[in-house]
Design a protein around this ligand. Structure first.
Ligand code: COI
Length: 348
């Protein structure tokens, strides 16, 4: 692979004690072009601006997808990437839905490994934060006919990042806007899924909530996701989460949490969760936890669920709750302090 290294690293300019999420970018990026029906050679080049035509296909039609993954500093100083092949597989699922060419798994994995190896000093030493990895693909043809682009870019950029949310999140059950519908792109990490969520999210943030709980497109009776995360509840001691469908993103953190819960012998139910049963379970003190699961935010405990003008408080569980325990287990696996029973870590 071609590697063009920076002559002067920007690493010494970074304040690792006060890192925002996704605003600081490391020295290098991976870049690969798709032209004339095939991928070219991947290259690692200095991170920097790109120049594009105003007719760049993606600017008009949003034929763009991305992934979110993380590299962690391990207790012994090495660097580990969490479940990278699963991100590659999901990128290809998104690519298929958005008519973008498939990325060969070995190209993704070798490119990712070379990039992280080169910029490994950008992985924060503080184990509670990480290097966020953002692979993305977009249509790069220069035409504005509404049909798939003919040229594409695959790139990976990385960003040493602090926490996504400052603390517990306050969510509101949305009954007007939808994030996805049956037959749509909800299961893909398509750029437009996120862009379309900004307006309804801003509206509920103006009312003091952090994020939306998305409900189903048809009659808003089923809980689907929370903000950019999958959602789970502990009701009567059972871990409950909506089943995957074409409306829900197959979260890798979601899968990891369910796997750990099952390893621990906890009852896990992947079945529809209705708004009514969540509200009833809160009222009758049977709902003990609600939390979001995602790469960026990891595990985000929900402290308040707003619904039709009423705020329902979920009492904090302290460190004995399932969410804090599973979060600690995941960070233990990522740091190498807890055995990686499922071979989730790619150690660099
Ligand atoms: C992630 O958790 O990686 C996401 O995709 C959220 C992102 C939109 C910041």
């Amino acid at each position: 692979m071609k590697i063009n290294k920076v002559s002067n690293s920007r690493l010494s300019e970074v304040n690792f004690d006060n890192l925002p999420f996704g605003k600081v970018f490391s020295d290098h990026m991976l870049w690969m072009d798709y032209k004339n029906g095939k991928w070219g050679e991947p290259a690692i080049v200095p991170y920097g601006n790109i120049s594009v035509s105003p007719a760049l296909h993606t600017l008009h039609y949003g034929q763009a997808i991305f992934e979110g993954q993380k590299a962690y500093r391990m207790a012994d100083g090495r660097v580990g990437v969490f479940r990278p092949l699963d991100n590659c597989k999901r990128l290809n699922i998104s690519a298929e839905r958005m008519c973008i060419p498939q990325i060969p798994e070995d190209v993704f994995m070798k490119g990712l490994e070379a990039l992280i190896r080169l910029d490994k000093d950008w992985v924060p030493k503080d184990e509670s934060i990480s290097l966020y990895i953002r692979p993305f693909m977009y249509g790069s043809s220069e035409f504005i006919a509404a049909r798939p682009s003919e040229e594409y870019v695959f790139s990976i950029i990385t960003s040493p990042s602090g926490p996504y949310y400052a603390g517990d999140v306050k969510v509101y059950i949305e009954e007007s806007y939808v994030r996805s519908a049956a037959g749509g792109t909800g299961y893909a990490k398509a750029a437009g899924n996120y862009g379309g969520s900004f307006y309804p999210t801003r509206k509920i943030q103006e009312k003091g909530y952090t994020q939306i709980i998305w409900t189903d497109h048809r009659d808003h009776t089923l809980i689907e996701e929370s903000g950019t995360m999958n959602i789970a509840f502990v009701i009567d001691g059972v871990l409950r989460t909506p089943p995957l469908s074409d409306r829900i993103l197959a979260g890798i953190t979601r899968d990891s949490v369910l796997t750990i819960a099952r390893d621990w012998g906890m009852e896990v139910k992947e079945a529809p969760v209705t708004v009514d049963e969540v509200i009833d379970a809160i009222k009758s003190n049977r709902l003990t936890e609600a939390f979001g699961m995602g790469t960026a935010a990891v595990i985000s405990p929900i402290s308040v669920i707003g619904f039709r003008g009423t705020d329902y408080k979920i009492p904090p569980q302290g460190s004995d709750g399932f969410a804090p325990k599973v979060k600690a287990e995941l960070s233990g696996i990522r740091s190498g302090r807890i055995a990686d029973r499922h071979n989730w870590m790619m150690v660099i």
